[in-house]
Structures are given as C-alpha cells and as structure tokens.
Design a protein around this ligand. Sequence first.
Ligand SMILES: [Zn+2]
Length: 300
Amino acid sequence: MKSFLTVFMSLIVSSFAHSAEVSITMDDFNVHEETRLPADKRNEAILGALEKHRIKAALFVTCKHLKSPQDEKLLAEWSRQGHLIGNHTVNHKRFDAKVSVTDEIAEIQQCDEQLKTQKNFEKIFRFPMLAEGDTAEKRDAVREWMKKNSYRNGHVTIDASDWYVDRRLRDKLATDPNFDLTKFRDFYLQHMWDRAQYYNDLSKKVLSREVKHTLLVHYNLLNALFLDDLIAMFKKRGWKVIDAQKAFKDPVFTKLPNNMPSGQSLIWALAKESGKHESELRYPGESDTYEKEKMDALGL
Ligand SMILES: [Zn+2]
C-alpha cells in the first residue's frame, strides 16, 4: 500500500504536469498612438510587466510604424531584454481579394529588410487580422514562399479582442478622464480568461491535449496599464506563463490546416479542418461585435 506521503506527492506532481501553459505574443508595435501615456512610458510599462514576471514575449512589428531612430531605439529595447521580434508586414493589410500574392510577399520582404538589424529578429511572420488569404491557392502560394525562405507562421492559439477593449478605454478617457479604470481592468481580465478557457477546451477536443498557447495581445494603452494583472491572473488560476520562444516549439505550430475561410486562431483552424466541431465555431472567431453589448451594459 502506498504511503499517504507518496500519494500526496504524486498528486502534487500530477497537478503540475497538468497545468495549462500560455505565452504572451504582442502585435502592432506602434509608438505613435496618442494615448494617456507617452511612447517611452508605454514601452517601459509593458516591458516592466514582462520583466516582473521574468517571461520573454514575442513582439510582431508592423514596419510602417518604424519612422525614426527613436522608434528603432524603443524597439531595440525589446531585443536587449531578450524578447523575440517577428514580422507583421509593412502596412497591416488584410490578405483578402484586394491583396495579391505578390503584394503580400513584398509586404513581408520589405518589413524583413527593416527588422533584420534587430538583434532578436527571427523569420517568424504573423498575418494581420490572422487572415491567411481569401482563396486556398493564395494561402498555399504564400505558404510555399515562406517555406522556401525559412519563414515560420507565428500562429495565435488564443485569440481575443483586447484591441476593442483598448479602443473603448481610450474613447471613454477622451470624454471622462477620471473614469474608474478598474472597471476596464475587470472586464479585460474576465474576457481574456473566458477566451483562454474556450480555446484551451477546443484544443483538448481537437488535439486531445492542451497545446503550449500563444495568447494574442496588442501594444496599446490597455496592456501598458494591465499586462501585469493579466499575467498575474493566469498564474493565480494555475496556468504556467512561459516564454514565447518555448511555446512556438510545440509541434502544433508546424501544422498547415486547410480550413477556408483561412486563418483565425490555429486551434479554431484545426477544429474547422476536422469538420467535427461546427457548432462551437463562430466566424470570425473573435470580433468587436461579440463584446459590444456587454461593454455597453457595463457603461464601459
Ligand atoms: Zn496586427
């Protein structure tokens, strides 16, 4: 018979083995946005939250926002602190009917030229709005180019609408500078937890396991204010927050799902491809329209 201690220890070990894992991947580096915090303070706040929790994120850069040596300097700080730098095109266009394969590849190449002097730059690409092409032919043509040019897809597994919460936050502050920010924080954390649960559950259903997640957040005021709280929430609720570099090593990121419409969260895409989870897949996976009513009701 096992001793009480052995059983107790194995329970502890198994509870560790089963904690879900998530990394922070941040899109749309942009130090030109007009917000309450100036660019350098916003950069410091976001990097400070990551530093506090000792985690390395991935930052996907939209190159049109790199306009001056000062911008390059703020970006270089991410490399200096050990974060991964990835490509998010020059102009952040949705890869749809208006954008050809040639245009899309030119967008990646031009941004690559601008980013390659950054110490921690890697050939990892995230599609703007997670749109991987409006036809299977276009999707596959860019995949082929990426493969030939040693580019990986910087997939999102947990998609969300932090960008919309940020927009509402900035609108609110424009009319009411003293609005209670904790109300936005609480809504934001609840929203992110809700989406994390959904995509993690979907991962278990589709892949029979929890993948190492890449959570999508944006470089904005909301995260300058609350990224620390967001990371703390995941830890408090038993998730392990890991480096983005480590998450991207999960074999799930080598998959090439053939779902149409293309893109979305990688987990959504794999669920769509399987054809087995239709009732659980809304399209698009995330949108401001899903959050609007809830935020209206809360006066946010
Ligand atoms: Zn983006």
